[in-house]
Design a protein around this ligand. Structure first.
Ligand SMILES: C[S@@+](CC[C@H](N)C(=O)[O-])C[C@H]1O[C@@H](n2cnc3c(N)ncnc32)[C@H](O)[C@@H]1O
Length: 274
């Protein structure tokens, strides 16, 4: 298994390319990522150990609407909204893999006319982030259609009963798993998706930019690209890929997945150097 992209600390690598001045002060430079800024302050980069609250701190950048992470969030939310806008009448099944605070799904569903049709499962390991997501869904009045599961998102069994999905959100993951695992996830994704289902994914584009490969892997797996956004000068990428035809690899739909199947190893923990 190859090394994870560019390390957990840099995750989506949202920083501007070669930024300086204010951008540097905000940590928005290549090699740092807002969200990892906290980690840098706390010495969570350059190989220093991190504590179990690392991912809680990572999410603080969402509190700043001008952060690169917040900009990424809006792009992801555009992808989520697009699916809800155009889905035919009936249930809309959503799964979010390593959901974090769940803002990408919860905030869009809360404001959408199709909210009552949504059946969303968000899977997240960190109990504090799970509590945040549950509270946010409840406050937004969508606690009945957004289920937040505290569990291991890398296990296929975490999605039992929630598949096949019309929308799979996998954001903040491809910077924290190996290149081989990203490819394997893309190849496996047709088994999680309903026919015509969409995957919204993110990945930083710091050199060597893996996003061209990721886009190719989704194409190989039977997806067409609805959009890929890589706004300059940031080094983030947000992709939306739609499955054409049915499920792949001989699996009729998500219901056939072995619950013990491990989809990926989440190796990023913020301790790797940028
Ligand atoms: C980079 S954050 C992304 C969160 C969210 N998807 C977003 O984009 O804002 C990665 C998240 O994955 C979670 N995570 C790590 N390993 C996990 C696992 N095995 N199962 C579920 N969540 C996991 C972390 O707790 C963290 O919240």
């Amino acid at each position: 298994m190859s090394n994870p992209g560019n390390g957990g600390a840099v995750d989506e690598g949202l920083g501007a390319e070669g930024g300086s001045g204010e951008a540097v002060a905000e940590g928005l430079v290549d090699g740092a990522v807002d969200g990892a800024v906290d980690g840098a302050v706390d010495g969570a980069v350059d190989g220093a150990p991190v504590d179990e609250t690392h991912w809680v701190r990572w999410h603080r950048a969402y509190e700043d609407p001008d952060s690169a992470l917040s900009m990424r969030l809006r792009l992801v939310q555009d992808g989520v909204r697009e699916v809800l806008d155009h889905h035919p009448p009936g249930p809309i099944r959503i799964v979010s893999i390593c959901a974090g605070q769940g803002r990408d799904v919860i905030d869009v569903v809360a404001d959408h006319p199709r909210r009552a049709d949504v059946r969303a499962r968000l899977v997240e390991l960190d109990p504090e982030l799970v509590a945040f997501a549950r509270a946010r869904a409840a406050e937004a009045g969508v606690g009945d259609v957004v289920e937040v599961v505290e569990g291991d998102a890398s296990l296929a069994g975490s999605y039992a009963g929630a598949l096949p999905a019309d929308l799979v959100v996998i954001c903040g993951v491809f910077g924290n798993i190996s290149d081989d695992d990203i490819r394997a996830v893309a190849r496996r994704m047709p088994a999680l998706c309903a026919p015509g289902g969409t995957v919204v994914w993110t990945r930083h584009r710091r050199p060597p930019d893996l996003t061209p490969s990721v886009r190719g892997w989704f194409a190989e797996a039977g997806f067409v690209e609805k959009s890929f956004v890589a706004p300059s000068p940031y080094v983030l990428g947000v992709g939306c890929h739609q499955l054409v035809g049915g499920a792949g690899e001989g699996e009729a739909d998500g219901g056939t997945l072995d619950p013990d199947l491990r989809l990926f190893d989440f190796v990023g923990n913020g301790s790797l150097p940028a």
